[in-house]
Design a binder for this molecule. Structure first.
Ligand SMILES: NC(=O)c1ccc[n+]([C@@H]2O[C@H](COP(=O)([O-])OP(=O)(O)OC[C@H]3O[C@@H](n4cnc5c(N)ncnc54)[C@H](OP(=O)(O)O)[C@@H]3O)[C@@H](O)[C@H]2O)c1
Length: 429
């Protein structure tokens, strides 16, 4: 039996506790795979936290100062599961400088400061792994970095936020409002009391920044991602989309055109027969289009203590294997390319446009004029029966550029009294 590999844990919340559980429950298989025991010996907690029962159960020491872990020469790997940017960023940097390898599930941190941390790990000849930061239990980063290494990926589309997917599933299947489904998601613990990061698409955007690096080797900043959430999405529009053959999903996309990519998060109309339309409730999926394999989809739980911890422990085991072979220090993904963003004039899609306009003759003509002037055709129109005052008109355009859709929005604002209720991209078949 080889020497025990000792791990320090930063944060003993949902995922931290999951890591202890997975290490204990799957101990025998883990030991057989890596040739020896892998144990958490110390966990950093806040002074006021009472985690003694957990510490006793898993035979570990609770500490309240990072130094107690950094200065322990027996600890070779640190798992950061505290969340947020600071002090997590400083702690990870200190850990790498102290010669520790690091595993983290922190998507916010990786999306915003990933390059700096990855470069530091490389300089220090240490490993930094973060499989759990994207889609929790789905092994998508390793799959793209290893199994798809030889493939030419053209698109990565993801349902990577479980909270919003749960809400949209209920809106589509049970015809419930945005507000009702948000309350239910909060009551079930899927959505936090401040749901901003989920409903405004920010959480999904963090994950698309990380996926863009793995799929296309490009380092994207958050301000290069076009982000739109589902806040206030009308149940009526979700239902009309359904009648037209589409399911509304919050999709994170990173799409390559020549040597540029376009990275977006937003509610999108997904054709009913597309595999992503069948991802329900809080589940996640990542759909990849590539020239070698064609289409592939990776499905599973995007969060939760045990799924997330399973990805973290797999990262730990990868590092142990590298330590044994003396190959520690390589990046999680080595693929790097210059970052180039697709200009809006070349970002092409069909669009779903829902408008409220006065319920009177001649109103639709104004819209038709604007569309003709901008040279954007439409393939489907639905006019809902108005209430005598206002009527809802929904149309699906032919393929057009983002630039032209921006012009149409501006013209509608300048030349009509219509209210734009929603504007969403429509995914091709
Ligand atoms: N939950 C999931 O399903 C999931 C899935 C994928 C990725 N992640 C990521 O995993 C990380 C952890 O998530 P979680 O759900 O486990 O969060 P959590 O339940 O809030 O756990 C974090 C723990 O770390 C503690 N902590 C924070 N700052 C600390 C500090 N300076 N010193 C000591 N302890 C500190 C927190 O204490 P306080 O509560 O007192 O702040 C809390 O006990 C996050 O980066 C999250 O984005 C989570």
């Amino acid at each position: 039996m080889e020497k025990t590999v000792k791990v320090g844990l930063l944060g003993l919340g949902v995922v931290g506790t999951g890591v202890l559980e997975i290490l204990a429950d799957h101990q025998e298989k883990i030991e057989k795979s890596i040739g020896g025991p892998l144990v958490v010996t110390k966990a950093l907690v806040r002074p006021e936290e009472d985690k003694q029962a957990l510490a006793d159960k898993y035979h570990l020491e609770l500490v309240t100062e990072l130094e107690a872990i950094l200065n322990d020469p027996e600890i070779s790997i640190i798992v950061e599961v505290m969340g947020r940017i600071e002090p997590a960023k400083t702690f990870i940097k200190q850990a790498l400088i102290a010669g520790k390898n690091v595993v983290t599930a922190n998507k916010d941190l990786l999306a915003q400061h990933g390059s700096e941390l990855v470069d530091l790990a490389r300089e220090q000849q240490r490993n930094l792994y973060y499989e759990a930061s994207v889609a929790g239990g789905i092994p998508i980063l390793r799959t793209i970095a290893n199994s798809l290494a030889a493939d030419d990926i053209t698109e990565v589309l993801g349902i990577v936020n479980g909270t919003t997917n749960y809400m949209l599933t209920k809106m589509v299947q049970e015809h419930r409002s945005y507000e009702e489904t948000l309350k239910e998601a909060q009551a079930l613990g899927f959505a936090e009391s401040d749901p901003t990061n989920d409903v405004d698409g920010i959480d999904a955007a963090y994950k698309m920044v990380i996926l863009s690096k793995f799929a296309f080797g490009m380092t994207i900043t958050m301000d290069q991602v076009k982000i739109k959430g589902i806040r206030g999405l009308a149940a009526e529009d979700v239902s009309i989309a359904d009648q037209l053959g589409y399911t509304v999903k919050l999709i994170g996309s990173t799409i390559k055109q020549d040597d540029t990519i376009s990275v977006e998060v937003g509610p999108i109309l997904v054709p009913h027969k597309h595999p992503l339309a069948s991802i329900h409730n809080e589940m996640n999926a990542v759909f990849v289009k590539s020239s070698g394999i064609g289409e592939s989809m990776y499905y599973g739980p995007g969060a939760g203590a045990r799924p997330t911890a399973t990805s973290i422990v797999a990262d730990l085991m990868t590092i142990v294997n590298k330590m044994k072979k003396n190959t520690v220090g390589h990046r999680f993904t080595g693929y790097t390319q210059p970052t180039k963003i697709t200009p809006p004039s070349e970002n092409i899609s069909k669009y779903f446009l829902s408008l409220e306009m006065p319920d009177e003759a001649g109103q639709f003509l104004k819209l038709a004029e604007i569309m003709t002037e901008t040279q954007v055709g439409f393939e489907q129109v639905v006019q809902e029966k108005g209430d005598g005052e206002n009527a809802r008109v929904v149309l699906i355009t032919h393929e057009t550029s983002e630039t032209k859709m921006l012009t149409i929005q501006q013209e509608i604002k300048d030349k009509t009294s219509y209210k734009i209720l929603s504007l969403m991209k429509v995914m091709g078949e």
